[in-house]
Design a protein around this ligand. Structure first.
Ligand code: CU
Length: 573
């Protein structure tokens, strides 16, 4: 009898377990340079397992990713950041060089082990130097757990990762940016959809009055367009993420409307648009209905936004089956708003609100940090600064130096919570000089923090750019946008009812954006402009909270700099 009850119990436990068991997904990656032709002109990309873009990671909410990464770049370190994954309890797996870990040395390996706790559309990318520009990125898609359902229905899905591509290599770009005077990288040669674009030829040459020659493609080229094969009268989910180094984009599907349903892994109140703005670091899901004539094909196009474009649109083809995909669309690529139509960009951002039932922001913050974004000079070098400090990352990762109380690893003084009073954000800086810094904003664990990102005029008169800011380790509520300078009292207008919950938010020229988040994830977290050359020139800050509570930092994550020496002294390395 006892044996029977016991085996019955085991049987029941097995059933319960198999129904809810989250899986561990084992992946083995090798990262190396490879010749590739993303746009018809051969260059080198950073590839993963011989693929560009890197392999798509697909998992279910609650799964653990166990990823063994070997760096085969030979002469440079590497790390990978899992963009949108909060790394709750695993801050050392966030993949930020100098912040969460040491760069993985050539020839060495590192295991990224972390939980994907929430369904959504994410991506991953290099977070060391300018390796994202070199093509180190891929998609990360988390489906709902078994037995769970999405809050919208669809018959099929596609995933597109947007990026921008330069013919000059990222190492040379890095030297250009760090030179005196700075040599700006300029606009990208090509925009890529899933790593594919066309330089020097156009798929839509027969529509435009440009001189671009028509592309002569067989379809198997590395730069042949991505094709979305659809059946008529169905609803499709299109997952969109942008890992561009620079370009803000606007995406449209000819003759088709899109219903926005997800942003950065969170549900939003659905709304329908003809085109969607996608900033670097953003991810979205949209639904579209294949309700157009099935004997035609249509364009999916991405165009540059917010900077005067010198780059042709990226094109993919929406192919209605059984029509042949080589049958060119009969209408021109969909129109997009002019690059400097900021009112329409703002209107789009303001439409993004959380779905009822989403996490709600605390009603009042414990602390407000105002981050003034300025362009500056330091000894003649062009930099970006936050409250007059241009971020320079230390050699010892903060996570280790803070956890083990190692002094002198970074600036002991915390950066200021606001810029000097009286700064005129509408004019170039009166004193353009700035300083380097590596200080940390130490946040009280579980406190509610408001961050106001304040845009300003750059060094040149009448120039203020869009900056998409991305927070690691948390989502934040985007509680407000405003024009000009943020003033005491503006918080009365914050949206605390249905603000979107996201990890990336944009500041518009001469404006401010207010975010609220709860510092509830012990670790050290980057918060920075997602434009890679801007971050490279110092446009970021570092937050830390509850680091004393962090347990289980793998030695390999901190075996460099002063923490490396500490491990050697302790005989643990
Ligand atoms: Cu920026």
């Amino acid at each position: 009898m006892g044996v029977f009850v016991a085996s019955l119990l085991v049987f029941i436990l097995l059933i319960i377990n198999s129904a809810t068991a989250a899986k561990v997904r084992h992946l083995k990656w090798e990262v190396e340079y490879m010749h590739w032709s993303p746009d018809g002109q051969e260059g080198v990309v950073i590839a993963i397992n011989g693929q560009f873009p890197g392999p798509t990671i697909r998992a279910q909410a609650g799964d653990t990713i166990h990823l063994h990464l070997t760096n085969k770049l030979h002469t440079e370190g590497v790390v990978i950041h899992w963009h949108g994954i909060r790394q709750i309890g695993t801050p050392w797996a966030d993949g930020t060089a100098s912040i969460s870990q040491c760069a993985i040395s050539p020839g060495e390996a590192f295991v990224y082990r972390f939980k994907v706790d929430r369904a959504g559309t994410y991506f991953y990318h290099g977070h060391y130097g300018m390796q994202r520009s070199a093509g180190l990125y891929g998609s990360l898609i988390v489906d709902v757990a078994d037995g769970e359902k999405e809050k919208f229905e669809y018959d099929g899905e596609f995933s597109i990762l947007l990026s921008d591509w330069w013919h000059k290599g990222s190492r040379e770009q890095e030297v250009d940016l760090s030179s005196k005077p700075m040599r700006w990288i300029g606009e990208p040669q090509t925009l890529l959809i899933n790593g594919r674009g066309q330089f020097n030829c156009s798929l839509a040459a027969h529509f435009s009055n440009s001189t671009a020659a028509p592309c002569k493609l067989r379809g198997n080229e590395q730069y042949a367009p991505y094709i979305l094969k659809v059946h008529p009268n169905k609803t499709y989910r299109l997952r969109i993420a942008s890992s561009t180094a620079l370009a803000a984009l606007n995406l449209a599907i000819g003759n088709h409307k899109m219903k926005v349903v997800e942003a950065d892994g969170n549900y939003v109140k659905p709304f329908t648009v003809n085109n969607i703005d996608v900033y670097s670091g953003d991810s979205y899901s949209v639904l579209f209905r294949t309700d157009q004539s099935p004997t035609h094909n249509y364009w999916l196009s991405a165009t540059v936004r917010g900077r005067e474009p010198h780059t042709p649109p990226a094109l993919a083809i929406l192919n209605y089956l059984p029509t042949s995909p080589s049958h060119p669309p009969t209408s021109p690529p969909p129109p997009s708003p002019p690059w400097d139509d900021y009112p329409s960009s703002k209107a789009f951002s303001h439409k993004i609100l959380s779905l009822p039932g989403s996490p709600q922001p605390p009603k009042t913050p414990h602390r407000r940090i105002i981050l003034l974004n300025t362009q500056n000079y330091i000894n003649g070098y062009t930099k970006w600064s936050i409250n007059n400090i241009s971020l320079t990352l230390p050699t010892t990762p903060y996570l280790g130096s803070i956890k083990y109380n190692i002094t002198n690893a970074f600036d002991a003084k915390s950066p200021p919570d606001r810029a000097p009073p009286g700064y005129n954000v509408m004019r170039p800086p009166p004193n353009p000089n700035s300083t380097y810094g590596s200080g940390v904003y130490v946040l009280e664990l579980n406190s509610t923090v408001d961050v106001v990102l304040q845009n300003a005029n750059a060094l040149k008169d009448n120039v203020s750019e869009i900056h998409p800011w991305h927070l690691h380790g948390h989502d934040f509520w985007v509680v407000g946008y405003g024009e000009g300078e943020f003033k005491e009292g503006d918080e009365a207008g914050f949206n605390l009812r249905d603000p979107p919950y996201r990890n990336t938010a944009v500041i518009f020229p001469y404006g401010w954006t207010a975010l609220r988040f709860v510092a509830d994830n012990p670790g050290v977290w980057a918060f920075h402009c997602h434009i890679e050359p801007h971050l490279h020139l110092g446009m970021g800050v570092v937050f830390a909270e509850g680091v004393e509570r962090v347990r289980g930092i793998p030695n390999e994550a901190i075996a460099c700099g002063l923490t490396g020496k500490m491990l050697m002294r302790n005989g643990t390395s």
